[in-house]
Write a protein that binds this ligand. Structure first.
Ligand SMILES: [Zn+2]
Length: 385
C-alpha cells in the first residue's frame, strides 16, 4: 500500500453510517466478528478496518483508472471488516478469489440481514424444508447452502434444514406401487414436520425446496395445506441456483380456459396446467374421452424457464383458486377431476395447497418421458378420513 497513493481519509459521517449498516461486525461472509470490543479481554477497542472493494489506488486490488477515484469515499464501495479479513480484501494476490462482485455480495448479505433482524415488525427466521425424490430413476440432492442463500435476507431457524429424503429408492417410478409407497412416506414425514412446527402466532414462516415427480409434489402441497405462511422456491435450470431471478409487477401471465358446456353428469372433467410445456388435447383425450370437459391454466408462453419470479407463482395461486371455485360451482365436489400438469415444482406444490377438503378429488397423472404418455399416478382429496 505504501508505494501507491496514500489512503484517502473517509469522512466521519460515512464511517458512522458504515458502522451502523454493519452493526459493528465484520462484513466478510461467515465472519461476523464484533469489532468494538475484544472478545477475549472484553476491552473496548476499535478492531475494525474500513476496506475498499475497488481499491482507492488504480494499482491496488480491483483497482481501476477511473472507478478507483470515483469510489474511494463511496459507502457502496466500503466494507467494515476485522483485521484478518481487511488483510485478505487488501491482498492483490487474492483478487481472483475475491472479485468485486463477490465482495459486494458479502456486503449486501450482511447489511440486509442486519436490517432484517433489527426491523422488529417481521420475524427474520424461516424453517427450511427440503423434499427430494428420484425423478426418472435419477437422484437429486438439494444443496443446503444454495437453499440458505436463496432465503436471504431471512436466517434459517435451525442449523440444518429439515430433509424429507426419498432419493436412492430402489424402485423405478414406472413400477407399480412407486407412487403409493413414496406418497405414504412423504405423508408421514410431512405430518411429523408439521407436528413439530405447529402454526400459531409465534410460527415462523416455512421455506420449501423440492425436487420430485409432479404427482408427489401436488400431494406434498396438499399435505402442507394453506394455513402456514410458506415460501416456495425452484431450482433454475440454467444457473442451478434457487434464488428468484427477478422481481416483476403483476401481469397477465396466464390464460385460463373455461369451457362453456352443459354438464349432463356423464362426461369426464379434466384440468390441464401447462406452464413448462403445452399439453396437446390428444394426450388428455386418450384417458378422459373426446367429450370431456377440459379446463386449463396455460402460461402465456410455456417454457421450462417460465417461473422466473415469485410474482408469477403468486399469480398462478390466484388463478388456480379462482378456477377451483368455478369447477366446484359447475360440477359439485364429488366428481373426480383428472389433472394433467407440465409445471415446475413450486407450481405443483401450490396447486396441492390450493385444493381444499370441499374441492373434488383429483387423479394426478405422471408424464412418462420414455413412452411419451401420461399415466394415472395418485389420487388426492378422496373425501375419506
Ligand atoms: Zn472478519
Amino acid at each position: 500500500m505504501s508505494e501507491q497513493r496514500s489512503r484517502p481519509r473517509i469522512p466521519d459521517q460515512i464511517q458512522r453510517e458504515l458502522w451502523a449498516r454493519a452493526a459493528g461486525r465484520c462484513e466478510f461472509r461467515g465472519c461476523n466478528e464484533l469489532l468494538y470490543k475484544d472478545e477475549l479481554t472484553q476491552q473496548r477497542s476499535n478492531l475494525a478496518v474500513i476496506s475498499h472493494i475497488v481499491a482507492f489506488s488504480e494499482d491496488g486490488p480491483r483497482g481501476d483508472p477511473v472507478r478507483s477515484k470515483e469510489l474511494e469515499k463511496d459507502i457502496r464501495n466500503l466494507m467494515l471488516t476485522c483485521r484478518v479479513h481487511g488483510k485478505i480484501v487488501d491482498d492483490k494476490e487474492k483478487v481472483s478469489d475475491y472479485p468485486e462482485k463477490l465482495l459486494l455480495e458479502f456486503k449486501r448479505e450482511h447489511e440486509q440481514r442486519i436490517r432484517m433482524l433489527t426491523e422488529a415488525k417481521e420475524n427474520a427466521q424461516t424453517h427450511v424444508l427440503l423434499l427430494q425424490v428420484s425423478i426418472d430413476a435419477r437422484d437429486f440432492q438439494i444443496d443446503q447452502t444454495a437453499a440458505f442463500r436463496a432465503i436471504l435476507p431471512y436466517y434459517p431457524a435451525e442449523e440444518d434444514a429439515w430433509v424429507i429424503d426419498l432419493s436412492g429408492l430402489n424402485i423405478s417410478a414406472e413400477s407399480d406401487g412407486f407412487f403409493q409407497v413414496t406418497a405414504e412416506s412423504i405423508a408421514i414425514q410431512t405430518r411429523e414436520f408439521l407436528r413439530r412446527h405447529p402454526c400459531g402466532q409465534s410460527m415462523k414462516n416455512i421455506s420449501v425446496f423440492a425436487l420430485a415427480p409432479v404427482p408427489l409434489l401436488v400431494h406434498f402441497g396438499h399435505l402442507l395445506g394453506d394455513l402456514h405462511h410458506i415460501d416456495l422456491y425452484q431450482r433454475h435450470r440454467d444457473s442451478q441456483e434457487w434464488t428468484w431471478k427477478t422481481e416483476e409487477e403483476a401481469e397477465q401471465f396466464y390464460e385460463v380456459v373455461e369451457p362453456d358446456v352443459d354438464d349432463d353428469g356423464r362426461a369426464n372433467i379434466a384440468l390441464i396446467l401447462a406452464v413448462s410445456t403445452s399439453i396437446g388435447r390428444e394426450k388428455v383425450d386418450a384417458y378422459v374421452g373426446e367429450d370431456a370437459i377440459v379446463y386449463e391454466i396455460r402460461a402465456s408462453n410455456p417454457s421450462v424457464d417460465f417461473l422466473r419470479s415469485r410474482k408469477r407463482l403468486e399469480m398462478f395461486g390466484y388463478e388456480v383458486r379462482r378456477l377451483l371455485a368455478l369447477i366446484r360451482e359447475a360440477h359439485g365436489h364429488d366428481r373426480t377431476v383428472h389433472l394433467f400438469a407440465s409445471v415446475p415444482a413450486p407450481v405443483a406444490i401450490e396447486f396441492g395447497r390450493a385444493v381444499k377438503a370441499f374441492d373434488p378429488p383429483f387423479v394426478i397423472y405422471e408424464y412418462q418421458k420414455a413412452n411419451h404418455r401420461y399415466i394415472p399416478a395418485l389420487i388426492i382429496n378422496t373425501h375419506q378420513t
